[in-house]
Ligand binder design. Structure first.
Ligand code: NDP
Length: 380
């Protein structure tokens, strides 16, 4: 199907030229970032905050995590327009100790609140050696890895978790009570690229089920259950009342470990901070849509507080080298380190532009048109 049939915009010659052989439209990262920032600016978000939010969204697309990139712009815009997110994030210190902070995110954009929280965490860790920041009253913050990686600039290990609206069943359950609650850790190395683990604690994010449904494909057994909690391969059964399974899948594949990890994230982000948790995240208030009340958890560990930096990064390099150069399974040619594929995607996309599906491009133009901001393919 020609993706250009989507939206109300016709295909102009310039865009036709920008369509690549793979059917995507390429846009330079800086151009995309500026567009997204201007959209947020038109919705009353202060310019510096609009730029931070755009930076986090485009970082996801640069790293090949399209599910959490600019294709989500419409959801943030919709919530801002409905007054469910405050355009001006008034982040407030609730409790402040030597190595810990509790912040209230003022129901601001999660990207703004998350970036500020991690910056404060790093500043505290410079003094204390390590620091922990928990946040309540925030919103969806995009990719967890962005915030963990902020610590790398300071030769620190960074951790970032967030809770999310409930889509995942506990092992043996049939009611979605936990989110896809992601975990990220970023660790500096020496000559090697940093180790960056950034993962949902469910087998797959919900977007993969939606994609399978759109393509009319079945999903592997172990990804999800139907409304009765029975394993299913039918994406339709998942979307109509079913749920995702925690990381690992069913109990036979140790899904209870993923279940435990996602509850851990909900405890640190939701219960410890006083944010919403479980069913309460993004739950309707009196039957109406209300604020998300998402919680986050951040940590920063100064390497030098434990070991000389050179010794640590040298050993990180040795560890990564050993993993990469170990024996390959039959038929395989490469062992990856977490974050490696994303760094490679970023290098390529900075050169060639970010590939957007034509329907995503059309929806961005539509959002832009509504607020009076233009977007052109190719990035010129
Ligand atoms: P993936 O399953 O794609 O990847 C998980 C991790 O495994 C990544 O660090 C990835 O790095 C690494 N990885 C993948 N394949 C290999 C391999 N063969 N060898 C070594 N490492 C590998 O991610 P998810 O689908 O679980 O999550 C996607 C994003 O969604 C994340 O950024 C997460 O933060 C975000 N998210 C956000 C939520 C929110 O509410 N804000 C909720 C849930 C998820 P690499 O790709 O570089 O290999």
């Amino acid at each position: 199907m020609n993706g250009w049939a989507h939206g109300r915009h016709g295909l102009v010659e310039r865009e036709r030229k920008a369509i690549m052989l793979d059917g995507t439209v390429r846009i330079q990262a800086e151009c995309l970032k500026d567009f997204v920032a201007q959209v947020f600016g038109r919705l009353g978000v202060p310019w510096a905050d609009a730029q931070i939010t755009a930076e986090v969204l485009v970082a996801a697309d640069l790293r090949g995590i399209e599910s959490h990139g600019v294709q989500r712009l419409g959801r943030y815009v919709g919530r801002l327009k409905k007054g469910l997110i405050q355009p001006v994030a008034e982040v407030r210190l609730v409790r402040d100790r030597t190595a810990t902070l509790l912040l209230d995110g003022g129901n601001g954009l999660g990207q703004v609140v998350g970036s500020r929280a991690m910056e404060l965490c790093v500043e505290k860790a410079k003094e204390a050696g390590a620091a922990f920041v928990v946040v309540r009253n925030s919103n969806h913050y995009g990719i967890a890895g962005y915030y963990a990686m902020l610590a790398l600039r300071h030769d620190m290990v960074g951790l970032s978790f967030t809770n999310a609206r409930p889509l995942v069943v506990p092992t043996y359950g049939r009611e979605p009570l936990i989110g896809t609650n992601p975990i990220s850790i970023a660790v500096p190395a020496g000559r090697e690229r940093p180790f960056v683990l950034d993962m949902a604690t469910s087998v797959v994010p919900s977007g993969k089920i939606e994609m399978a449904a759109r393509k009319g494909e079945r999903i592997p057994l172990g990804w999800a259950v139907d409304v009765e909690g029975r394993p299913t391969q039918d994406p339709g059964a998942v979307l109509s009342g079913g749920s995702l399974l925690p990381l690992g899948g069913s109990a036979e594949f140790a899904g209870y470990k993923g279940y435990g990890l996602s509850v851990m994230v909900d405890i640190l982000c939701g219960v410890l901070s006083g944010a919403a948790f479980g069913r309460g995240v993004e739950a309707p208030v009196d039957g109406c849509e209300g604020p998300s009340r998402v919680g986050h958890f951040f940590a920063a560990l100064q390497v030098e507080a434990f070991r000389p930096l050179e010794e640590f990064t040298r050993d990180m390099d040795r560890m990564i080298w050993a993993l990469r150069n170990s024996g390959k399974a039959q038929g395989e040619t490469r062992i990856f380190i977490h974050g490696e594929k994303e760094f490679e995607a970023e290098e390529a996309r900075r050169r060639l532009g970010i590939p957007l599906h034509p329907s995503v491009y059309a929806s961005l133009r539509e959002i832009g048109e509504e607020v009076g901001v233009g977007l052109e393919a190719g990035g010129g």
